[in-house]
Design a binder for this molecule. Structure first.
Ligand SMILES: [Zn+2]
Length: 315
């Protein structure tokens, strides 16, 4: 399987206004394709030629550049692309790159992506690639120690922070900073990294990846359960059944319905304290509803007025 990857871009020529399609490299593996690596250094990789009029131009496309021998991954951010968008794009291309590499080459340094300004930025960065970190442990240490705001949130850093989380608040913070950790693809990615690290004799790192994988699997299960519970509790719950009224209710109700206005309300409540109970309005509401159900609208109206009187809404 080839590692370098090209993508078709539908373009419209700015000179002759005719549409054409350009195949553009968005992942370049330097070891696999030295010719493309050279085009990166010469900043010609994203050049286009209109097949209709010969107009040349340069496409504003992303580029993820990988050099295994230098243990470097550099991402060229397309011009004017919002940060949230290019970070997501870079992450997607990184997964493609990792997936295309043979397992033993899926090493933690791949998570340390250096972001640069466009193709020209990548070309400039290639001129000053640092020497290779000695081991995966060093690579993760470098990622953690990095305070360069232009760097992508490295996979290594996300994983180290995840393993470092001491509380659920810590975990929330890590997952907010690196939402891709919860992607289902992460599970396979981490399994690959764990195996590769172990193959390379980096047992500690391999175990760290395995632990991260277990933590994330448990988190995903917890979130799934919470989502299921959420769905269950949003079902409408039946109204609390109201306890039936006491024996004293019948006389109290009769007296209430006979009341002409609020002037006698205080005396009525003193004589029939059951009317002051919190359930009194519910009992009257049931009463009103059953009268409406049987078509006795006159009596229902009387009960409705009595309720208003009792609630102090009517003089
Ligand atoms: Zn043209």
């Amino acid at each position: 399987m080839s590692i370098s990857f090209n993508q078709a871009y539908d373009l419209v020529c700015p000179t002759c206004n005719r549409p054409f399609t350009a195949d553009t490299w968005v992942i370049v593996d330097a070891e696999e394709r030295p010719d493309l690596a050279l085009a990166v250094r010469e900043i010609t990789l994203h050049d286009t030629v209109c097949p209709h009029c010969g107009q040349t131009g340069m496409l504003s496309a992303p580029l993820l550049y990988h050099d295994r021998t230098a243990r470097a991954v550099v991402f060229g951010v397309p011009r004017d692309m919002p940060e949230a968008e290019w970070r997501e794009l870079a992450q997607g291309l990184l997964w493609m790159l990792i997936g295309a590499l043979p397992r033993p080459q899926q090493l933690p340094y791949l998570g340390e992506v250096q972001a640069e300004d466009g193709l020209a930025g990548v070309a400039a960065a290639l001129g000053q690639l640092r020497p290779v970190p000695l081991s995966a442990i060093d690579a993760i240490g470098d990622a953690l120690g990095s305070d360069d705001p232009d760097e992508l949130p490295p996979l290594a850093e996300a994983i180290m922070e995840l393993l470092d989380a001491k509380s659920s608040a810590d975990l929330d913070r890590v997952l907010n900073a690196y939402p891709f950790l919860l992607d289902a693809a992460m599970d396979e990615g981490l399994a690959g990294l764990a195996e590769a690290a172990t193959d390379q004799g980096e047992f500690e790192i391999g175990q760290a990846f395995e632990r991260a994988r277990i933590v994330l699997t448990q988190l995903r299960q917890t979130l799934d359960r919470a989502a299921a519970q959420q769905a269950a509790t949003t079902q409408p719950t039946p109204a609390e059944p109201v306890a039936p009224p006491p024996a004293s209710w019948s006389a109290a109700r009769r007296a209430l319905l006979a009341l002409e206005d609020s002037a006698g309300l205080a005396d009525l409540l003193a004589a029939h304290p059951v009317l002051a109970e919190s359930s009194a309005d519910s009992w009257l509401a049931e009463d009103e509803q059953s009268l409406r159900d049987t078509g006795d609208l006159g009596q229902a109206q009387l009960v409705a007025e009595a309720r208003a009187l009792l609630r102090g809404e009517r003089g």
